[in-house]
Design a protein around this ligand. Structure first.
Ligand SMILES: C[S@@+](CC[C@H](N)C(=O)[O-])C[C@H]1O[C@@H](n2cnc3c(N)ncnc32)[C@H](O)[C@@H]1O
Length: 282
């Protein structure tokens, strides 16, 4: 496995995924009780957009850079603010040279009572992530297989939590592992909020994945997709998807404000779109 998220950091898929992540965290913060964020495929946390990998494949130019350049309508801008504040905070001189990955974004939004568990399998990436959070008593970086963590780390002792599962989809069977992982995790922690990322590349694979999710019988699953170009043959990434299990009741209304302008900012020449639907309700 040689997946390097630095090639994709700040790209359109990260932007949509991270915006949803921040809305989920902001909702959890409405109650004073502590919660835990568990990021099972955490990456390195902080990406240098001037580094070799990001410079060779500047996906961030069509992702976060566009969002910073083009103002969103007022209601959407208010919802995007926590996310964009963290991005701007990482780039204090203005400009855009650093992109915060999911664990750093999550951590920046936590309160003193909340915790972050960030899991990364690649030893060098886990070490880099450990550096980002060195000395931080609210964060634990664990060099482990994230799929195992879905069993071992659940339920969190706070009994409130958000689990982000963001695998690289570079090896066969990742969709199946995502479904099996959710079933295992949901048995241990049915009240948890789960955010499962998936690529829109091959529609048949995506449809089989959605069918397998429905067959689990798990209730309250919201499907969110943003496309930036039409599907192509051979398959190429044309959009980004997220399944949110047990979404906050506010999420759907928020995303109705956010997704339309977001899809038009991120799409190639207005060829994008978005959709949101319950794949299983109550
Ligand atoms: C898509 S990237 C994560 C990006 C990160 N969640 C973010 O949004 O900033 C996937 C990460 O999972 C790591 N990885 C791959 N297989 C893993 C596994 N079985 N357990 C934990 N991490 C894994 C990869 O090394 C990579 O850093």
């Amino acid at each position: 496995m040689n997946y390097r998220h630095a090639f994709h950091a700040g790209g359109f898929a990260d932007v949509v995924k991270h915006l949803i992540l921040t809305r989920l965290i902001e909702y959890l913060k409405l109650k004073p009780a502590a919660f835990r964020v568990i990021d099972t495929h955490a990456g390195i946390g902080r990406y240098d957009l001037t580094g070799d990998e990001a410079a060779r494949s500047p996906e961030w130019r069509d992702g976060i850079a566009r969002l910073l350049e083009r103002p969103l309508p007022e209601a959407a801008a208010a919802l995007a603010k926590p996310y964009l504040d963290v991005v701007r905070g990482e780039n204090p001189g203005g400009g855009l040279t650093i992109y915060p990955g999911s664990p750093l974004l999550a951590r920046k939004l936590l309160r003193a009572q909340d915790r972050l568990f960030a899991i990364e399998l690649q030893p060098e990436d886990a070490a880099a992530l450990g550096q980002v959070f060195a000395g931080d008593i609210q964060t634990r970086v664990i060099a482990l297989d994230g799929w195992l963590a879905l069993g071992a780390q659940l339920p969190p002792k706070e009994k409130r939590g958000l689990v982000l599962v963001d695998p690289p989809f570079e090896v066969e069977g990742e969709f199946e592992r995502l479904v099996e992982g959710l079933v295992k995790a949901h048995k241990r922690f049915p009240a948890g909020v789960y955010a499962l990322w998936y690529p829109l590349k091959d529609r048949r694979e995506r449809d089989a994945f959605l069918g397998a999710l429905v067959a689990t019988g798990i209730a309250k699953m919201l499907r969110i997709e943003v496309t930036v170009r039409p599907p192509a043959t051979p398959p190429l990434l044309f959009g980004t998807g997220m399944i949110v299990v047990n979404p906050p009741f506010t999420l759907e209304a928020e995303l109705k404000q956010l997704l339309p302008p977001l899809a038009s900012v991120l799409a190639d020449a207005s060829r994008g779109g978005w959709r949101m639907e319950w794949i299983r309700g109550e």
